[in-house]
Structure formats: structure tokens, C-alpha cells
Design a protein around this ligand. Sequence first.
Ligand code: AN0
Ligand code: CP
Length: 317
Amino acid sequence: MKKFTNVADIGNLKEAVAEALEVKKNRFAWTELGRNKTLLMIFFNSSLRTRLSTQKAAMNLGMNVMVLDVNQGAWKLETERGVVMDGDKAEHLLEAIPVMGSYCDIIGVRSFAGLKNKAEDYEERVIEQFIRYSGRPVFSMEAATGHPLQSFADLITIEEHKTVARPKVVLTWAPHPKALPQAVPNSFAEWMNAADYELVVTHPKGYELDPRFVRPEQIEYDQRKAFEGADFIYAKNWSAFADENYGAVLSTDRDWTVDAEKMALTNNAYFMHCLPVRRNMIVTDDVIESERSLVIPEAANREISAQVVIKRLLENL
Ligand code: AN0
Ligand code: CP
């Protein structure tokens, strides 16, 4: 593997899950692979899970790890070419990227969608520049349009808990006070479709995702109807994707909050969320605390998905 930004990069999903379960059983079996190799993790945005699980995964492989929070202590970076840099930005990404690449063997990048310029977000300008100019294999730690390490961990978690070959998985929009990217739902849909599960996506009108990820026939606007017979409920908020209101919060209607009454419509479904989650906006306390909640094992599997990805990048150095 040369880079990891989407499901295609990981190849056969059955093989990837099998490798993940092998890694999970014996995570210190490859400590020689990463010896004297350095991972550089670059964060343009906040993180708890990605920061810790990815660092742990790299340490399991024997690597050295460096973490840079670009917005804390580094020079403010200009990302547009051709700008007269007479403002507050002291350095250009076009120098910063090859410099960062010179100190490491592999680079992980977190760079969220700005939600202001749809073309810029959906062209993945920041991570694509890292891929082009760093001279190193690059993996996404959530970029503008996808969060593949999360979706891979979600897939592992579902494979560990499913009781039928092709479970019904429901991705439900839920309310949140602030505008959030579409990265998590985009990737989740991409990976669930690649795994050939029965995917149903439910959200208020206006929240349709990129049809590259969610086919129109997979949408059910009636949330309660969507929940019927579900084996897994995956909750997430996202902002509007459509050109006319890209990045907007169209609704904060708490009638969409996942609660016990709606969970009772399912096939005793498991509840999933990538975290961080706002309780009693996205999901009620009792549902997230219930024995069917998978949020903690799901987060724990982030170490495993990251270890498989970094392991494959190391194997290809
Ligand atoms: C981010 C998002 O929705 O993309 C990160 C999720 C892993 N969430 C928030 O900013 C709350
Ligand atoms: N799920 C996830 O990526 O969490 P963080 O934003 O805390 O890394």
C-alpha cells in the first residue's frame, strides 16, 4: 500500500478484516518492522482517539512517533499558491510539506473540511498536496471528505458482533448544534457498500450526501421506518452537502435523537457512534450506556485499524 485515503486503497476487505483480527490477537508480533522508522502525525484539527490510537499502533510496530499540532506552536501556514504573503501566515505549505517529509518515513494527516468552499474540500486539496510533495506514504487521519481509519474500525467492530452474513446497517443523521463535515458518513457509507451489507441511510430532507457514496435508493426519510429490523444503528451528524447550502445546519430537531423508543423498533440493534458524541442531542444517556452500545469497543478498534494500515505502509517502504 502506497497511501490510504479511501476504501479502494485497502483492497480486499475480507483479507483486511482477517489481518486486523490477527493483529488484534498479537499486536506486538511486528516490532522489528517499524524499528528505526519514524511516523509523523500532523494535526490541523483537534483529536482524542485518532491521536492516541494511531500513536499506540505505531508504537506496537516498533516505530518512533512525532506529533505536530500545526495550529499550536508551528508557523501559521498558507495553503493557496500565488498569494502575496503579507498577512499573518509566515510559511507556505509548499515548503512545509517537503521539510516535514525529510524528517520521517510515513505521514498521517488530519485536515477537516473547511465547509466554506465545496470544490476545495471535495478536491481534498490539503491531503493531496501532502501526497504529491512529501515524498512519503501518506494516510488520512480524517481529511475533508473521508475518515477511512474510522470506517475500517467500524467494519472490524461489525464483523466481530454480527450474527447474520449480511446485516442491516442503518446510518442515521442526528442533531448537533454546530456544522460538522460529511467525512465520517461519506466513508461509513463507502465502506458498508464495499462490504456489501444492507445499508439504509436516514436523514431529514436536505441532508442528502454525495451520490458517489450514498445511492438515492438507499435513502429512507422516515427514521422510524428505517430503524425497523436494523441490526446496527450508526448515528452521526453532518452538515448539508448540496451546492446551494453547502456546510449549513438545516435542522437541530431533537425528534431525530436516537432514543430507547426508536431502538425498540430494531432487531435488538447495536448502537454505534465514532465519538466524540453530544449526549441527549445525538443519543440519549440510556441508549449510549446500554449493553447494546458498542462505542467503546469501536473506539478501541481504532488502534487495530491504524496498525493494519501503518503495517502495510511499512511493508511497502
Ligand atoms: C468531527 C466530525 O464530525 O468530522 C470528528 C469526528 C471523528 N466531529 C466533531 O468535530 C465533533
Ligand atoms: N473518532 C475520532 O476520530 O475521534 P477523534 O476526533 O477524537 O480523533
